[in-house]
Write a protein that binds this ligand. Structure first.
Ligand SMILES: CC(C)(COP(=O)(O)OP(=O)(O)OC[C@H]1O[C@@H](n2cnc3c(N)ncnc32)[C@H](O)[C@@H]1OP(=O)(O)O)[C@@H](O)C(=O)NCCC(=O)NCCS
Length: 152
């Protein structure tokens, strides 16, 4: 059977609410879920803000969500947006995480932000490597988490 390798990247809109929630509910394991919006209301908070943005990757079908990312200033409370990305566990290892992160960085840069930060569990080797590859540097850490930042 022919494989479909066309992926589409876009910001999330209100119509995507259920789809994003389903992706977050089914695409992560129990530990990973702790770091992402857990309820439909939490997703809605991001979509309601005009200073926080969520992103998805779909295939040819615009409602087939393969990956999700968000950049959060918590409605403008923080000058430096915090970034988070996830790829559905069924679609990992295809570089979707790296490409989504790059796409989001371009969008955040275009909005005029000077830098972006994130917090990652220090056992999360895939994510750490992905962020290092994209030019993030570690600036703070404790026994569980590493904080990373990228300046534009
Ligand atoms: C982290 C995550 C987003 C990576 O997504 P992905 O699409 O599978 O990753 P990619 O295919 O883009 O790989 C990116 C890089 O990660 C590294 N990587 C991927 N799989 C790896 C593995 N099994 N072991 C070590 N490093 C790995 C590689 O450096 C890879 O780049 P390269 O192949 O060019 O060398 C995904 O595993 C995920 O959703 N995890 C759960 C949520 C999460 O932890 N999010 C990050 C914290 S905010």
């Amino acid at each position: 059977m022919e494989q479909n390798n066309t992926y589409y990247f876009r910001r999330v809109s209100q119509e995507d609410l259920e789809g994003v929630y389903t992706l977050l509910s089914t695409g992560l394991d129990e530990v990973e879920r702790k770091y992402f919006p857990c309820t439909i209301e939490e997703v809605q908070i991001i979509l309601n803000s005009n200073k926080d943005y969520a992103y998805v990757i779909t295939d040819d079908c615009p409602s087939n969500f393969l990956a999700y990312g968000h950049m959060r200033t918590f409605n403008g409370k923080y000058e430096t947006p915090a970034l988070g990305i996830m790829v559905s566990r069924y679609f990992r290892g295809l570089h979707l995480g790296k490409i989504l992160c790059n796409y989001m960085l371009c969008d955040i840069y275009a909005m005029g932000y000077k830098d972006v930060m994130l917090k990652v569990n220090n056992q999360n080797r895939q994510a750490l490597q992905l962020y290092l590859d994209l030019g993030f540097v570690m600036y703070n850490w404790d026994s569980d988490f590493i904080c990373m930042k990228k300046k534009f």
